[in-house]
Design a protein around this ligand. Structure first.
Ligand code: ARG
Length: 284
């Protein structure tokens, strides 16, 4: 699908999602999670299905990994792996509560024919902390991924890694504080980064949208962009206005049930950047 405005073109993408059939909040590994607070699993399922339909409606392919009982955060597939040029680096989770997801997702990638598939050696929470901007991998670290994982990530994908230290516990994955809109155009929350990382971002992306706390607190930066459409939480209406001024088309979605676990739209999708050639997985 080729929706455009002046200079903005949507490129079709492939995403992996996982239905939240076993979604609950029974443990707390980020400040948003309050075990004991009721979670409406059917509502979470409906919100995820709506997100899937929005993405398909925009012309993107969405594949589904089977959810596993006992792994309530599997819905956040952004943390499953990083996939670039068809190469898969499966996550190694910081917290034991999510550790079982690695084997489940690794199996999915192998069965789907991805090669090569490697399990990260150090704490590395996949695309939640590794966003591709132009040719560069922006790598969040601190709360979850370990900076010791960066040489492996850079070497495996043959790309430079820009390390960004996250300092606000509410924004514990890079994709909660920064979104890549198109190529080297990004939006982010300055206060989520240490001073040195912030200088680096300002140097590399002088035209970025700097979001404010209100935008970030409703997970407005947890957005999915295809270069033109930007899918983001409906509550982030001011940020949506700023995106529209820049020629993007904001697409609001409601994922409030997932926010109880500290997740938003981007957390629920992993981009499958398949490489050319015979190892490219077929359509679902
Ligand atoms: N409850 C999950 C966790 O704390 C939420 C993960 C959100 N994922 C993301 N890519 N930000 O790990």
């Amino acid at each position: 699908m080729a929706a455009h405005t002046v200079g903005r073109v949507a490129r079709p993408r492939s995403y992996l999602m996982c239905p939240p059939d076993h979604f609950t909040v029974d443990y707390s590994i980020n400040p948003w999670m309050e075990p004991g607070r009721p979670v409406d699993t059917p509502l979470a399922q409906a919100q995820c299905t709506a997100l899937r339909d929005v993405l398909r409606g925009l012309g993107h392919r969405v594949e589904l990994a089977p959810p596993r009982p006992g792994l309530p955060d599997m819905v956040f597939t952004a943390n499953a792996a990083t996939v670039i040029d068809g190469r898969v680096l499966v996550a190694s989770f910081r917290h034991r509560e999510r550790a079982g997801e690695s084997a489940a997702f690794e199996r999915w990638f192998r069965l789907r024919g991805y090669r090569p598939v490697r399990r990260a050696g150090e704490a590395n929470e996949g695309e939640g902390d590794h966003l591709l901007a132009g040719g560069v991998i922006l790598a969040g670290h601190g709360p979850r991924s370990d900076p010791g994982s960066h040489p492996e990530t850079g070497g495996y994908f043959g790309r430079p890694v820009v390390a960004l230290r996250l300092v606000d516990p509410r924004y514990y994955h890079l994709d909660t504080a920064l979104a890549v809109l198109d190529g080297r155009e990004i939006m982010y929350l300055p206060g989520a980064f240490c001073a040195e990382s912030l200088n680096r971002l300002r140097d590399l992306f002088p035209d970025a949208i700097e979001a404010d706390d209100e935008d970030a607190a409703v997970f407005g930066l947890n957005a999915i962009s295809d270069g033109y459409h930007v899918v983001l939480p409906a509550a982030a209406s001011r940020l949506a206005g700023r995106l529209a001024e820049r020629g993007y088309q904001p697409v609001p979605v409601e994922l409030g049930e997932l926010l109880k676990a500290g997740g938003g739209p981007k957390c629920c999708v992993l981009e499958l950047r398949a490489g050319p050639g015979p190892s490219r997985p077929g359509p679902s």
